[in-house]
Design a protein around this ligand. Structure first.
Ligand SMILES: NC(=O)c1ccc[n+]([C@@H]2O[C@H](COP(=O)([O-])OP(=O)(O)OC[C@H]3O[C@@H](n4cnc5c(N)ncnc54)[C@H](OP(=O)(O)O)[C@@H]3O)[C@@H](O)[C@H]2O)c1
Length: 234
């Protein structure tokens, strides 16, 4: 059997991050995850034994990301797959009603948080000339809607940032922006309200998304991708 991969995931306490963590572990891979909520991190540590590793880290705080990366890289080496999944969405509102503070928070997590994780983990991957970086984008990274302008701005930025990163990586590596599709999570409930329940649950989504992520490689470098919907092709 092929060796399990080491998967680094930001935002594992809820939603897609948590569902991916559980599915990767179920398939025999090692998950190194973070999120801000300490009780959820403690619960994950209890549920999944070492070598899986969960830490309370705010990706928007560079010092926290730096300390996390130092510990993880010295214990596990560079990850095979880095999933920049953690993100926030603004409360539905026209752009002129979003406070400067709320606007900054979305930018700090969705964009600067991704750059922080890349700055501290990717050099070790580049030294090995191996590994795939997936930056979670959105349908709203390729189209727009009213009342989610700050979020759209960050996800459009993720598409550009990721394609430029793809041009910088050595051969043997890949960086891709990924639209995960539409999944019933806290984030979707924030923007869609009760209509979110009409979309797949995260664990159902992860059953097709995780095998898709495991197959990504150098041939995908720079391609804007969309996760498969279960049942669409099987
Ligand atoms: N659900 C969808 O339909 C959908 C559609 C398009 C794109 N996406 C993208 O998919 C990704 C996952 O979304 P989701 O729906 O699973 O969202 P979610 O349910 O709101 O979960 C977000 C996760 O990110 C973590 N997080 C937020 N801020 C963080 C920070 N500063 N540092 C570390 N962790 C942080 C949260 O945990 P803590 O609160 O514990 O930190 C949580 O685990 C996001 O990038 C999102 O933009 C989702």
């Amino acid at each position: 059997m092929a060796r399990g991969k080491t998967i680094l995931i930001t935002g594992v306490t809820r939603g897609l991050g948590r569902a991916m963590a559980e599915e990767f572990i179920r398939l025999g891979h090692v998950v190194l995850g973070c999120g801000r909520s300490q009780p959820e991190i403690a619960q994950l540590q209890k549920q999944f034994a070492t070598p899986n590793d969960f830490a309370a880290v705010n990706v928007a705080a560079e010092d926290q990301v730096a300390a996390w990366a130092k510990r993880i890289l010295s214990s596990y080496g560079a990850p095979d797959l880095l999933l920049n999944n953690a993100a926030l969405i603004n409360r539905n509102a026209p752009l002129w009603e979003v406070s400067a503070r709320d606007f900054s928070e979305v930018i700090d997590v969705n964009l600067k948080g991704v750059a922080n994780v890349i700055r501290h983990f990717v050099p070790a991957m580049v030294r090995r000339r191996n590994g795939v970086i997936v930056n979670f984008s959105s349908g709203w990274g390729r189209s727009t809607d009213a009342e989610v302008a700050p979020y759209c701005a960050t996800k459009w930025a993720i598409e550009g940032l990721t394609q430029a990163l793809a041009q910088e990586l050595p051969s043997g590596m890949a960086a891709v922006p990924l639209n995960p599709g539409i999944i019933d999570t806290d984030m979707l409930r924030s923007s869609f309200g009760s209509a979110a329940s009409g979309y797949p649950a995260p664990d159902e989504w992860a059953k097709s998304a995780v095998p898709f992520l495991l197959k990504l490689g150098p041939a995908d470098n720079g391609k804007p991708l969309t996760a498969p919907v279960r049942g669409a092709n099987d």
